[in-house]
Write a protein that binds this ligand. Structure first.
Ligand code: C5P
Length: 315
């Protein structure tokens, strides 16, 4: 039976700046997105019945239309109904390694892998720009997940410009096990609290000006200056997540006190905090220090690295 196995990396936000409201109800963003080595594995088979079946052993992963990877499969079945009829249904298995609802685009990267996998399984021959168009219909982070690497992301997050790749740093991730932050809640709270000060009418937002906000970080990336990159990390959503969840801020502060940490920041809408460290840093020592400072057994840690890999087809 025809089968594809793919790997789908998580991402972190090195920069997340909210610069205005959009006419479509979303927020106008300036982000710098970065792929990391922590990845899920997605297996796709043509099914025997005319249906989509999603399998995942992780208890927090929905197996129906609440899962963005399932929605990606539905979209492909709608758009390419002839191929769907010809090849039968889809059996999709997700081996979940990326923390769920954590600000690491775990669901988005699975969805990107489903688009790539179905394109191969059904021999559709879609080009990368065609896959990008499908991805941006599904969610704001999915176009980046298709490409991976390091990129400036404007608009809702789907207007991508690749930046020079970064791969010489270790990343430590930390997250409270039972803490989940809804992305929609975080953006909505930001609008409620800061709408007056950040608000720009969609038609007044200029592309050149948008890029200026993150110019220092873009230039640190092009110089591969990891020290500076660590100092320039930025995330507007911390302003709403930290007051609601002070323990996330405490986790960030604990990392920042560590000598070998170049910079620490909440990723996306949280609650995961990441610490950027030099490639030679002793990650385990940093984790032990942070663990003893915060003294909270519900915090989980992962050590990974920055990566330029996007979705990869393994077999
Ligand atoms: O696009 P996606 O489904 O990943 O976004 C999740 C939620 O985050 C949206 O429903 C919206 O509330 C918020 N969002 C936003 N502006 C963006 C991206 C996301 O308000 N640019």
């Amino acid at each position: 039976m025809q089968h594809y196995s793919l790997t789908a990396p998580a991402k972190i936000n090195l920069h997340l700046e909210i610069i205005g409201d959009r006419a479509d109800g979303y927020h106008e963003l300036v982000m710098i997105l970065q792929g990391i080595g922590l990845e899920d594995r997605i297996d796709l088979y043509a099914g025997s019945t005319q249906a989509i079946h999603l399998h995942c052993e992780h208890p927090d992963v929905p197996l129906g239309p609440d899962n963005i990877a399932y929605k990606a499969a539905q979209l492909m079945c709608r758009e390419y109904s002839q191929a769907y009829a010809q090849y039968g249904g889809l059996e999709i298995t997700i081996d979940k390694k990326i923390p769920v609802a954590a600000g690491l685009a775990g669901g988005s990267t699975d969805a990107a892998a489903v688009l790539v996998g179905i394109n191969l399984l059904w021999k559709l021959g879609l080009t990368q720009p065609e896959l990008q168009t499908l991805a941006s219909q599904l969610g704001s982070d999915i176009p980046f997940c298709l490409e991976g690497g390091t990129a400036l992301a404007l608009g809702r997050g789907e207007e991508l410009s690749p930046l020079q790749g970064l791969d010489q740093a270790t990343v430590i991730l930390a997250k409270h096990r039972n803490l989940f932050v809804s992305t929609a809640w975080a953006y909505q709270s930001y609008r409620q609290r800061f709408g007056e000060s950040y608000y720009q009418k969609p038609e007044t937002i200029e592309v050149g000006k948008k890029q200026a906000h993150s110019a220092d970080l873009v230039s640190a990336i092009s110089q591969q200056d990891y020290l500076k990159i660590g100092q320039l990390l930025y995330n507007d959503l911390e302003k709403v997540v930290f007051p609601e969840y002070p323990k996330v801020e405490a986790l960030k502060s604990a990392f920042q006190e560590e000598k070998e940490v170049l910079g620490a920041m909440m990723s996306g809408s949280g609650p995961t905090v990441f610490a950027l460290c030099s490639a030679t840093a002793k990650a385990q020592d940093i984790i032990e220090n942070v663990r003893s400072k915060i003294n909270d057994s519900t915090v989980e840690f992962w050590t990974t690295e920055l990566t330029n890999r996007g979705i990869q087809v393994k077999s």
